[in-house]
Design a protein around this ligand. Structure first.
Ligand code: LLP
Length: 428
């Protein structure tokens, strides 16, 4: 595998670059990876993940801050290992995610547990391994958590997720900090909920948190949410309840299609200035970024199976589908699609679609491509919320995954076989 000689980093994905006509991830040629491992194939750049993390680390230099990677974005073990080795904690939302953190060598003391529907079993599991904090989302959950902890003879560290009622101006399915969303405790109920938490024997209040949405490309909603949360901290502490840490959630967007979110360090320079101005700069800070750490670190390789010209549309039928890349079907999301091996010629406009039996199974619409059957395409910005949301719909085994580190390509997940997809089933 030749290292790229004149890499032209793609927008938003500097570690994905053409050397001559061949697309590379770091020093690894993607055509060769597709030949060796087959398609669909997810390929991630370790350097891209670490460079995204470094932007946050620069932003928090000299502060008492803990970065908890929101692993729902990409929970593959080797990806978690990259972040655990770099000192990150994890934001989890299920007992399954906790099991993954432990399997990847993550530190349970740096785990925070979010989510509106934690079960008693999951609470117990998390208390037994000693996670850092439960981000509680309702008053009813406070009572259950206290009882579960008391039964175990433990005290659960808790933060209350407040819903600041701020519009993050993103897709409605991934906006979480508005009154009509199921998340968090309403701003006006927070005081009461904190007093209730402080009165329960199985709980110890340690923090406050919020998370207003995902793929946020503007700093204003963050600044507004911070104001709302800090107002609450002042009121809660006036009632004699100490707030040790403040957690501002995740949500920073990435460049999918010319999007221009602030860099993590620039965003945090703005937020920390506000925090300092309001006198909270020395508190322990937590954040829960997901997409912005991994989204632009990954691509999905897919082979063109058939070209199907039509009267109204031309279809480019590929071997990846909505079960591998669910974001277009679910959120009408845009992912760039480029050839791994560039040809010259006149492009034709295609809808790039998968083999799944639904018209919703599309990956890109109206894309100009110079392409023929057998070519391999790269779907860009596929590091976040693709593999972790993949399914076996149409009894399609999930794709394999590769982690690239310089010129080395590590297979980090084998392709699922058809047998794997029904291995837990049995005939009557
Ligand atoms: N913290 C909490 C409590 C969350 O619910 C989320 C994401 C995050 C942190 C991380 O947010 P991020 O930094 O990744 O934006 N599947 C959707 C995104 C769902 C986000 C869910 N919560 C998509 O593909 O766009």
């Amino acid at each position: 595998m030749n290292a790229p000689t004149t890499p032209q980093g793609l927008p938003g994905q500097p570690q994905v670059a053409y050397a001559g006509d061949q697309l590379h991830v770091e020093g690894v040629c993607l055509s060769e990876l597709a030949r060796e491992h087959g398609t669909p194939l997810f390929v991630y750049s370790k350097a891209a993940m670490l460079s995204a993390l470094a932007a946050y680390q620069r932003g928090f230099a000299g502060r008492n801050a803990q970065i908890c990677y929101a692993m729902k974005a990409n929970s593959s073990l080797a990806v978690l290992q990259v972040f655990a080795d770099a000192g990150c904690g994890f934001d989890i939302v299920s007992g399954g995610e906790l099991a993954r953190v432990l399997a990847a060598g993550g530190d349970p003391a740096k785990v925070i547990f979010s989510g509106v529907g934690k079960t008693r079993h999951e609470m117990k599991q998390a208390l037994q391994v000693g996670i850092g904090c439960f981000n509680v989302e309702s008053e009813a959950e406070l009572d259950v958590l206290s009882a579960v902890a008391a039964d175990l003879g433990k005290v659960a560290p808790v933060s209350l997720r407040v819903n600041p009622n701020v519009d993050p101006k993103t897709h409605p399915y991934i906006s979480t900090g508005l009154k009509g969303n199921k998340f968090g405790i309403a701003h006006e109920d927070a005081q009461r909920a904190y007093r209730h938490a402080a009165s329960l024997p199985g709980l110890k209040v340690v923090g406050i948190d919020c998370h207003i949405g995902s793929q946020i490309t503007d700093s204003t909603p963050y600044l507004d949410a911070m104001d709302r949360v800090l107002d609450l901290v002042a009121d809660i502490e006036a009632a004699g309840i100490a707030i040790h840490h403040i957690d501002f959630g995740g949500g920073l967007g990435i460049n999918y299609n010319g999007d221009t979110p602030p860099e993590a360090d620039a965003l945090w320079a703005q937020l920390l200035a506000k925090l300092d101005a309001r006198g909270y700069g020395q508190r322990q800070l937590m954040i829960e970024p997901g997409r912005s750490l991994v989204g632009n670190a990954g691509v999905c390789l897919t082979e063109v199976l058939y070209l199907k010209p039509g009267e109204q549309k031309n279809f480019c039928i590929v071997d990846a589908a909505m079960n591998d890349l669910p974001r277009p079907a679910m959120y009408q999301a845009f992912h760039q699609i480029v050839p791994v091996s560039q040809h010259s010629g006149d492009g034709v406009v295609y809808d790039v679609v998968g083999p799944v039996c639904e018209s919703g199974d599309w990956i890109g619409r109206d894309r100009q491509l110079v392409v023929q059957a057998g070519d391999v395409l790269a779907v860009l910005s596929a590091g976040a919320y693709c593999m972790s949301m993949a399914s076996n719909y149409n009894t399609r085994g999930r794709a394999a995954e590769i982690l690239v580190d310089g010129t080395k390509a590590h297979l980090i997940r084998q392709r699922e076989s058809a047998f794997d997809t029904f291995a837990l089933e049995q005939l009557v």
